[in-house]
Design a binder for this molecule. Sequence first.
Ligand code: PLP
Length: 384
Amino acid sequence: MRRIYMDHSATTPVDSRVVEAMLPYMNEKFGNASSIHSFGRVAKVSLEEARESIAEFCGAHANEIYFTSGGTESDNMAIQGIARQLSDKGNHIITSMIEHHAVLHTCEWLEKEGFEITYLKPDEYGMIHPDAVAPAIRNDTILVTIMHANNEVGTINPIDDIGQISRERGVVFHTDAVQTFGKIPIDLSQLPVDLMSMSGHKIYGPKGVGILYVRKGIKLKPITFGGAHERNRRPGTENIPGIIGLAKAVEICEKQMIKDEVEIKKLREALYSIITERIPKVKLNGHPDQRLAGLLNLTFEGIEGEALLLSLDLKGVAASSGSACTSGSVNPSHVLRAMGIKPELAQSSIRFSLGRSNTMDDVEYTATNLIEIVDRLRKMSPLA
Ligand code: PLP
């Protein structure tokens, strides 16, 4: 059976060039970057070269890049780190209702500790507007954390304007850029962003490695304790193979990001056209233009999203409902609900996220099967 992967927002296959770059760091260059002998020095040099090249890619300075275990840890480090650092100044944090759980659950935890959190509502396209952020800022606001692009619907938020407003009001601004880093240009020398979270496995790099960008001058309390790694901000022996893999993945993105975006968008548009031409009662979720190239979140009225996913899976097509972290749960997506979509329609929604490996042939195979599946499920469904 054919197997087609259209779940690149959940994770991506590791690029073979990335695997090749990582391999020597598993065996002959296995040293601990903190060791003073030659094995350690080799690891340390490679670690700092990786930091340097990633910093250059996103307009940062090498000493503003901290390696972590992924997007979740980066979000925690940023949000908890600022909350603990600035709790004397205030206890109010602004975020949105559509953030990834790495942000939402961190904020909810802080709420239990006495912090006050404002959860901004997006518009119908899943966008957080700067004019919603401005009036929410108070004298005791210490952090604004709004994601760059949403992982379920792909809408890209105007983080330059949101960051500018936060900066003018003297509030630290964090953005979760896990879905945009390596996919669309990000220049931190121009963007008014203080903290940014990024992850390796969304850009054809390995899992278990990520980055937190911390602008020079921003102070954070550590959230884990141990050695003096990562300039005392993130203890633990550095994941050198992972970091080397991440740097290689970034290098590849730098070369082909623009071309990839064009190609992937073409495929997404083709998939959308065939589906909407051939299947009635389908609605696009997310912003029509301001969104990620590969992402297509659709509501198929009258069908359970899970049934649709399982039927697609039987045909070898992998898509998802909501984010990977919430699939398996029966609750409708918190993102779609926040956008004002009724629970039954939210539950009839699925996400295709296309990537580098997809072809027009994949699109045609997926669409052809989808037409047949939707028709069959609608005939059986009491909802239809
Ligand atoms: N933030 C967003 C927007 C995500 O999409 C994800 C992963 O799905 C994460 C954070 C978590 O990243 P990681 O899997 O690297 O912990």
